[in-house]
Design a protein around this ligand. Structure first.
Ligand code: AMP
Length: 426
């Protein structure tokens, strides 16, 4: 082999992609129930979008972006997340001019030059939702409930919702100063990253795992909120309580991306261990303006599909979705041609149909049919063909009968109807 897949990426073989489709199906159905429309943006964008949108001082922008120059000497970046692109699309298409609130969901690959480990990849996939044009606490609560509903429908039970508010441009400067005063005498003790963050992004000092021992007694973000941020945060909590959702207040939850204002949240699935965050998000009221649009309020979250897959796999919650034939055809002697014709008709009717290799013995063909796991087998015999008939065998009951070749599609459709209907729901 020339070389393997690049570090931090992986192939999805058909056995796994069936489970992925199942997971994506849950996501799409729940998003639709909340009135979200699918948004698909390019996988790469102008680098500037992420520098401006996510923030120059974030780990994602400083260390993790896949940035390259194209042949026209433009600096482009594989998207490390989808919020900045969603906001760009919202501004570019002047959706703000239509009035009302936009609700988007997306599913797709994201790219970060991260240190790969279980649950952390360089190419990974996120499902996410964004609400633009509405600033009430009910939007934040709606997003949290939507994310939780997906995780619950996926079958996960031990979920922890962590909630915080990171304030707004009015109250954050006060908090930043308090944090700087608190950490100033400890600067020497902090890790290199945090020493760099001290001036530029002191909030991030709160969520550094390495420096957690030096956090004891740090100013509590929730004590610094301005009255408006306080009201908003109380409103979110009230709505969550009314919906009987448990949550934990975590004043150290600041999240890695700079654009958050007010609500920040994370949903963890502790059995996953080190990478237990399955979803995270929050409000980003300044982002649309930052990207060049008119002042527009926004809120959203993203959920890691690989992590959800891992969590479900560990709990045995993934369905066995593998390509299985419903019908398999075997043909005697010169009957391969007519069999091929009927098989093509069945496939046109979306009946999953296999056909044994031409020229093999009937015994070998029936063995292949058995191995393929098809419930129904069609046997095209020379003698039956003269009467315009074909043998239909039910592998579950062992019974067999002759049916007219001209009625095969209709007969199989009515036998398989329930199976086909179930399948279409996935
Ligand atoms: P973020 O965009 O950093 O807020 O992350 C949102 C969610 O995406 C996380 O809670 C994870 O579930 C998932 N995620 C983020 N980074 C990675 C990664 N490198 N590999 C796999 N999943 C990730």
């Amino acid at each position: 082999m020339l070389t393997g897949a690049p570090r931090g990426t992986k192939d999805l073989m058909p056995e796994e992609s069936g489970s992925w489709r199942y997971i994506e199906g849950i996501m799409k159905r729940v998003a639709a129930a909340y009135g979200y429309g699918e948004l698909r943006t390019p996988v790469f964008e102008h680098t500037e979008l992420f520098q401006r949108g996510i923030g120059d001082t974030t780990d994602v922008v400083e260390k993790e972006m896949y940035t390259f120059e194209d042949r026209g000497k433009r600096s482009l970046t594989l998207r490390p997340e989808n919020t900045a692109s969603a906001v760009r699309a919202y501004v570019e298409h002047k959706v703000y001019g239509q009035g009302g609130t936009a609700r988007y969901y997306y599913i797709g690959p994201m790219f970060r030059y991260d240190r790969p480990q279980a649950g952390r990849y360089r190419e990974f996939h996120q499902f996410g939702c964004e609400v633009l044009g509405s600033g009430g606490p009910e939007v934040d609560a709606e997003l949290i409930l939507l994310a939780l509903q997906i995780l619950r429908e996926a079958g996960l039970k031990e979920l922890t919702l962590k909630l915080n508010s990171v304030g707004c441009p009015k109250c954050r400067p006060i908090l930043r100063q308090k944090l700087k005063d608190f950490y100033a005498p400890k600067l020497e003790l902090l890790c290199e990253d945090c020493r760099n963050r001290y001036e530029r992004n002191p909030l991030r000092l709160l969520d550094c795992k390495t420096c957690a021992p030096h956090r004891e007694g740090a100013p509590n973000i929730l004590d610094c909120l301005c009255p408006e941020c306080r009201r908003h945060f109380d409103g979110v909590q009230e709505l969550l309580r009314a919906a009987a959702v448990d949550f934990v207040l975590d004043p150290t939850l600041v999240r890695g991306l700079d654009y958050y204002t007010k609500t920040a949240f994370e949903i963890q699935y502790p059995p996953l261990g080190a990478q237990s965050a399955v979803a995270g998000g929050g409000r980003y009221d300044g982002l649309v303006e930052e990207i060049g649009g008119p002042a527009t309020l926004g809120s959203g979250f993203a959920m890691g599909i690989e992590r959800l897959y891992l969590a479900m796999e560990n709990q045995g919650l993934l369905p066995q979705v593998r390509p299985v034939y419903q019908v398999y055809a075997a043909a005697q002697g010169d009957q391969f041609g007519p069999a091929f014709k009927t098989v093509t008709k069945l496939r046109a009717a979306h009946i999953k149909t296999g056909l044994a290799e031409a020229g093999r013995s009937m015994k070998a063909q029936l063995k292949a049919a058995n191995k393929a796991g098809a419930r129904l087998v069609l046997i095209f015999g020379e003698e039956e063909a003269q009467r315009g008939q074909v043998v239909l065998k039910d592998m579950v009951t062992g019974s067999q009968r002759e049916i007219a070749v001209s009625t095969v599609t209709n007969t199989l459709q009515s036998i398989l109807q329930t199976e086909v209907e179930q399948d279409e729901q996935c």
